[in-house]
Design a protein around this ligand. Structure first.
Ligand SMILES: [Mn+2]
Length: 255
């Protein structure tokens, strides 16, 4: 049983690595595909516009669907309540779902539900998004993406910046789940959160298809975080790092 997890492609926005995403999806072979939110960017265009201007993506999804791949669409804050369910039978967007893997239960959720700004001052996030667009326009998309990737790497090395989210997520789900598969931050992560409690808690973040082009793959007890561009080893230091869920004590932790 093989599953693939993808998020944050922001189709419709200038930032999207749309061509790369389509090239990637065209070739995938798996049993389940999880699209974990912000796949579209409805802050930029209406869904009807995206449906008409990004047809390749929809035809790829349809092909995958008819190939028998189980597709799960989890809503993010940029594609809330979009109408993908109109185009695929039994393909209804959800706000979250649960996946059982080798006896481990994972909550799959986009993650904006844990974003302080979105929860409390939604307009600030829209303003910041507007600033981000302006910045990208000024420096150019290539430079913008470089800044984004550098920012991700810096944040990931200074994990205390992400600890607040990890703690909140763990606190919310640790009683019922072994881990979460998350998105939203655009920062690919692969962590085992250990504190004083007995159980380990797995925190997996898919990254994005805006700057990093990363995804998560699960097969036969192993999670892999994969950098699709595979440019060189320095792009992301944890390219294709594996975590064996069946042998918990031997699980490797991201350093
Ligand atoms: Mn988001």
């Amino acid at each position: 049983m093989k599953s693939i997890f993808v998020s944050d492609s922001h189709i419709g926005s200038e930032f999207s690595s749309y061509e790369e995403l389509c090239a990637f999806l065209e070739d995938i072979e798996c049993d389940k595909l999880f699209l974990i939110g912000d796949i579209f960017d409805l802050w930029v265009h209406k869904f009807s516009y995206i449906r008409n201007h990004y047809k390749r993506f929809f035809s790829i999804l349809r092909e995958l669907y008819f190939k028998g791949i189980e597709i799960h669409f989890i809503n993010g804050n940029h594609d809330d309540n979009c109408e993908v369910n109109l185009y695929f039978k039994n393909f209804n967007p959800k706000s979250e779902t649960v996946l059982e893997l080798e006896g481990n239960y994972f909550k799959i959720i986009h993650g904006h539900q844990f974003d302080y700004l979105i929860k409390n001052v939604g307009w600030v996030t829209r303003f910041l998004y507007w600033l981000q667009n302006l910045f990208a326009w000024i420096v150019g998309m290539k430079a913008y993406k470089w800044f984004g990737m550098t920012f991700s790497k810096v944040v990931n090395k200074n994990t205390y910046l992400l600890d607040v989210v990890h703690e909140a997520v763990k606190k919310e789900y640790e009683e019922s789940f072994d881990g979460v598969i998350f998105a939203h931050s655009h920062i690919p992560e692969f962590k085992i959160i250990e504190d004083n409690s007995v159980d380990k808690f797995y925190f997996v973040n898919t990254g994005d298809w805006v700057g990093s082009n990363t995804y998560i793959e699960y097969e036969d007890g192993n999670f892999s975080l994969i950098d699709y561009t595979k440019t060189d080893d320095t792009t992301f230091h944890y390219t294709k790092e594996c975590l064996n869920l069946r042998v918990e004590n031997e699980a490797k932790q991201d350093n």
